[in-house]
Design a protein around this ligand. Structure first.
Ligand code: ATP
Ligand code: MG
Length: 389
């Protein structure tokens, strides 16, 4: 018999009547993500998704790793099936969890019995296997309240299973269930983290990036694609839409007051993201903005940049500190790439004294001299989309 993977569902189980669609979305995400590690049978029972190898060629460790990164799963465990007798179950626990049992100081056994025809009750089976394990590992104390190790037994129709201790997984909600949004991805630390946080809440993202060649380089552009690629194990497939931004920036520099460069540039970013959202049926924008972090992220500045779109702008980092963001970036796996020293289009033409308390009416007025529509249209026409799987 083969070892299998158990994925414990998180909040999904709280969703009442929608639960079925949440579960099937989660299962299809797990199916797609594990496919590269072999052929697996995937099904759900009692708040758990089972990932079962169909043949010898499956890479279970690989599949286990990806299951930990699928949003909607709060914990994962490996389990070993065996024959449905108390002796076989004990023997399975003793060998399969031998190392964990030897290393622990206290333990308990917990049984779930889906097969009601099994001759022993759950408590009775737990006690029987617990007693036998205690004899086999005499150093172990039984502690039903705070055991260091819980040995899980499940008795099902086809077999009995012994679970290894579970490990925490990604949590959140299955991607795709929360609709779609356009996420503004720069090469910085913040926007990949913001994207990850919104994907974690079940949102399918379309990534948009603004590049200003020759002011921004090819390596800077590749860095952003790499960041998106590092998000894929969490989010599933991602599109990165790269928008040429040079003409817009040069026009702003030519026609607008220097202290408003960054703000007007950010307004163009929001306009273009809004257009992409309309085109791709996305219902929100996502940014890595954080209150007070830079001049363009004061409340007044956010009012000005948010002015050009009617879509909700999701800013999951708004109340976080840099330290917290860095910790998350490391956990996600984007930090090392983010700190590579390439320029972003935000860092070209930066004003010496940026306006921190801009007024919407004034900024609208300044833009009167620009051909906003033409600039946006040409930028959208010049875009390039890259699909990452
Ligand atoms: P980050 O670390 O995400 O770059 P930041 O603190 O450097 O953020 P800004 O440079 O002011 O802040 O950018 C604010 C937000 O605007 C970013 O988090 C990102 O969502 C978006 N943004 C900035 N530059 C770009 C870009 N070149 N392409 C796409 N989005 C961008
Ligand atoms: Mg930045």
């Amino acid at each position: 018999m083969h070892e299998i993977i158990l994925c414990k569902l998180g909040e999904v189980v709280l969703k009442g009547l929608n639960r079925h669609s949440f579960e099937s979305k989660l299962m299809s995400n797990i199916r797609r993500r594990t496919a590269r590690y072999g052929r697996f049978l995937i099904y759900s029972r009692q708040s758990t998704v089972y990932v079962e190898p169909r043949d010898e060629n499956c890479d279970l460790a690989g599949a286990y790793g990806v299951c930990r990164q699928v949003f909607g799963v709060i914990a994962v465990a490996r389990a070993m099936p065996c024959e449905k007798t108390p002796e076989a179950i004990f023997d399975n626990a003793r060998t399969y969890l031998g190392e964990a049992l030897s290393g622990a100081k206290s333990f308990k056994v917990e049984t779930r019995r889906a097969d009601k025809t099994f001759p022993m009750g759950s408590i009775q089976l737990s006690q029987w296997v617990g007693g036998a394990l205690h004899d086999a590992f005499p150093h172990l104390a039984v502690d039903v309240h705070h055991p260091e190790l819980t040995v899980h037994i499940e008795v099902r129709e086809d077999a009995a299973y012994v679970h290894a201790p579970s490990e925490p997984a990604a949590g959140g909600l299955p991607v795709g269930m929360g609709g779609r949004a356009v996420s503004l991805l720069s090469g910085g630390i913040d926007s990949p983290v913001a994207s990850w946080m919104i994907a974690k809440r079940g949102v399918q993202l379309e990534m948009i990036h603004f590049a200003s060649p020759p002011y921004t380089s090819q390596p800077a552009r590749e860095k952003v694609i790499e960041l998106a690629r590092e998000l894929v194990p969490w989010t599933g497939r991602l599109n990165v839409h790269i928008i040429p931004f040079t003409e817009i920036q040069e026009e702003i520099r030519r026609a607008c007051p220097e202290d408003h460069f960054t703000l007007i540039m950010r307004r163009f970013m929001m306009r273009l993201a809004d257009r992409l959202a309309q085109e791709l049926h996305c219902r929100a924008l996502v940014t890595g903005e954080c209150l007070g972090q830079v001049a363009s992220q004061t409340m007044d500045a956010l009012r000005v940049t948010g002015d050009v779109t009617e879509l909700p702008v999701l800013r999951p980092l708004i109340g976080t500190d840099k330290e917290e963001i860095v910790r998350l970036a490391r956990h996600i796996g984007t930090f090392e790439t983010s700190i590579l020293p390439y320029e972003d289009c935000c860092t070209v033409f930066t004003p010496r004294h940026p306006q921190t308390h801009p007024r919407v009416e004034e900024v609208r007025e300044m833009e009167q001299t620009l051909d906003v529509e033409g600039l946006c249209q040409r930028a959208m026409d010049g875009r390039e989309s890259i699909l990452l799987k």
